[in-house]
Design a protein around this ligand. Structure first.
Ligand code: CS2
Length: 499
């Protein structure tokens, strides 16, 4: 099959092999600035927005995508070469591929190359919303102090060089300052990251920064900026070379960086936008007064579930999430964790069929076509566990209830952090705290509790006797008998107890 480079000029050539934008992209005005144009944004918000642009009367909601970090140069170059176009490949449960060329990203900027342009864009009168996918670690929140981390050298840099910032906090401050000076209206800053109370989190962290960097701006922000919370969901593994090749060979689309994802998607948003907002509800998003219960459910079941499968699966030598969830012992462990340790802390979730939700998660994890990489799931675990698992642990401890399964996962993570799986194969550990984790993992070989002394991750969990006991017992067991036997034993212990 003849293939063509994906760009505006060639777009109509792909009409037979993918859904393509039927709206005129040249007419679309940018109303949203988005920071962090990774796979997740392109599978989620940019897709919802693209679907909305197909409706009449919605041409004010194009996206300007900002590549914030040096590391993001590759995605910036790709979008630039492809006029912002990319292919979203949905891997259906039966293996069918549904392909859509997404057109909602109509502008893109590379912040390290042109910081002023980024600030001006955010401060432009057309912009009503700044959305963020900056990862769990991007909020600069220190778990130990429960505060904004001013020690971060990049934050120090931004305080000293306000006109040429490197972090989201420096950029937002400059942009909001300019809006105030231009006497423009405020806007909404909407986090789309997996963080509990993600709107409150960006609000608290930004206000902490502004208080130091630009105190005279504080009042204006409080009056003119809103920070809606949201729950976001769509499993989006990293793109493989085989996805790129399949797209060229079978659809003739030469796309340097398509995005692959599962069919399921969910977006629950708190309706708190000070300026206008897109009618995302027309394309499946839910606007609700309170997102907190949805976020809690998703983070502590789906995201935590991923981490459980990832950590146990990595030690056993699995490469993908579907392999881990098709291991009967690991799958039973996950179901027990969700039922025995998570469900009691979720309280009453009105309108949600929790049993069905948990069942659907096991199905989604098991999609054999997604092949979500365990390396992706285990990356940045030090920023994920304080959000995905530790709130459950603390809530269970407060009720004197079981934390055995969660403690087992943390023990497995301590062993994982030694850097090899049970077959002696090296693990790829991608984590901002990689060095500390390794150092503490070595100390834990002598005294397991040492791993829990990483306060920026565990807070004061090391002082909980029931947790430390369960963790230490699991640590010794895993070292002695291996994951397989220990998972089977713990499953039957927990099952006997709830019988
Ligand atoms: C994953 C998430 O990063 C992770 O550990 O749990 O990326 C997950 O796939 C998404 O939140 C799904 O919505």
């Amino acid at each position: 099959m003849t293939s063509y480079k994906l760009n505006s000029e060639n777009l109509s050539k792909f009409a037979d092999s993918a859904a393509i934008p039927t709206y005129d992209r040249a007419d679309v005005k940018v109303g949203i600035v988005h920071i962090g144009i990774g796979g997740f944004h392109r599978a989620h918000e940019a897709y919802y927005t693209d679907q909305l642009l197909h409706e009449d009367g919605n041409k004010d909601w194009g996206i300007c995508g900002i590549a914030l970090l040096d590391f993001d140069q590759k995605i910036y170059n790709t979008l630039k070469n492809q006029d912002g176009l990319y292919t979203l490949i949905v891997k259906e449960l039966d293996g069918t591929l549904t392909k859509t060329i997404v057109g909602s990203i109509v502008e893109y900027l590379f912040a390290p190359e042109n910081p002023i342009a980024v600030i001006e864009k955010m401060a432009h009168s057309d912009i009503k919303i700044i959305t963020l996918t900056i990862t769990e670690g991007g909020y600069n929140y220190n778990e130990a102090t429960k505060r904004f981390d001013f020690e971060n050298p990049l934050i120090q840099h931004d305080l000293e060089n306000p006109a040429a910032p490197k972090t989201i906090f420096g950029y937002l401050t400059q942009a909001l300052k300019s809006r105030k000076e231009q006497k423009l209206k405020g806007l909404a800053i909407q986090s789309c990251d997996n963080v509990q109370g993600n709107g409150h989190m960006i609000q608290d962290m930004l206000l902490s920064y502004v208080e130091k960097a630009e105190p005279s701006l504080l009042d204006w922000i409080k009056k003119n900026v809103s920070f809606p919370n949201s729950m976001v969901d769509r499993i989006t593994p990293a793109t493989n070379q085989s996805d790129i090749t399949e797209l060229i060979n079978n659809s003739g689309i030469d796309d340097a960086w398509p995005v692959v994802c599962e069919p399921f998607k969910q977006w629950v948003i708190e309706d708190d936008f000070v300026a206008q907002r897109p009618a995302w509800e027309n394309v499946g998003a839910q606007f609700v007064p309170d997102v907190v219960p949805y976020e809690k459910m998703k983070l502590s079941l789906l995201n935590a579930g991923h981490s459980v499968l990832g950590i146990l699966g990595a030690l056993k030598g699995y490469a993908t999430i579907d392999e881990a969830v098709h291991d009967p012992a690991i799958s039973q462990f996950l179901s027990l964790y969700m039922d025995v340790e998570v469900t009691p802390v979720l309280g009453n979730l009105e309108g949600v069929d929790l049993k069905n939700y948990k069942h659907s998660l096991i199905q989604r994890f098991g999609n054999i076509y997604i092949k979500d990489q365990i390396d992706r799931i285990c990356s940045e675990t030090s920023a994920k566990l304080p959000i995905f698992i530790l709130p459950t642990v603390n809530a269970q401890l407060n009720e004197n209830s079981s934390v055995k399964l969660a403690a087992f996962v943390i023990a497995a993570w301590a062993i994982y952090s030694l850097g090899t799986d049970e077959n002696g194969k090296d693990l790829v550990i991608k984590d901002a705290l990689a060095d500390t984790l390794h150092e503490k993992a070595l100390e834990a070989k002598v005294e397991p509790k040492q791993f829990l002394t990483i306060e920026s991750v565990f807070g004061d969990l090391k002082n909980s006797e029931p947790f430390v006991n369960a963790y230490t017992e699991s640590y010794h067991n895993i070292i002695k008998h291996g994951i397989e036997k220990c998972v089977v034993d713990l499953n039957s212990k927990v099952l006997n107890k709830i019988k």
